[in-house]
Design a protein around this ligand. Structure first.
Ligand SMILES: [Zn+2]
Length: 144
């Protein structure tokens, strides 16, 4: 391949990857509605639904540990209508969450807000993640 051809290919590669970058502007918090579950389990559950693997970008286990799910280079599959610009975080649990989970959810939220212009942190819906997580964990659009 001559130099010009390889330069042109490189140029288009850079161009498409620049356009492919996702403009994250929000976060949706979910719960797993189960007492257990790892990234691997959720990946399997979501594949069983016919999805392209785990739909959340992060999963926070009961011990508070934060685990990466879907790559942030890909849009999520967790909140219809918001997937294009919202990062998905899932807490393992049903109605209540551990102190470690709450603390690390706050840390992760702070970290993501430093990296991306996050305008809003929202519930998925009224029952997800439910009342087990108070309003202080959420942020309305435009109120930083
Ligand atoms: Zn949800």
């Amino acid at each position: 391949m001559n130099r010009i051809a390889s330069f042109v290919i490189l140029f288009f590669f850079c161009l498409t990857s620049a356009f492919a970058e996702i403009q994250w502007s929000g976060i949706v918090i979910h719960h797993s509605d189960s007492d257990f579950g790892t990234v691997k389990d959720i990946d399997r559950w979501h594949k069983e639904r016919g999805w392209d693997g785990i739909g959340y970008h992060y999963v926070i286990y009961r011990d508070g540990s934060i685990h990466k799910g879907r790559d942030l280079g890909k849009i999520g599959a967790h909140a219809k209508g918001r997937n294009q610009t919202y990062i998905g975080i899932c807490l393992i649990g049903k109605k209540s969450f551990t102190e470690a989970q709450r603390a690390n959810l706050r840390h992760l939220g702070k970290e993501l807000r430093l990296k991306y212009p996050i305008l809003s942190i929202e519930r998925h819906h009224e029952q997800c993640p439910g009342k087990g997580l108070g309003e202080e964990y959420f942020m309305q659009r435009g109120h930083k």
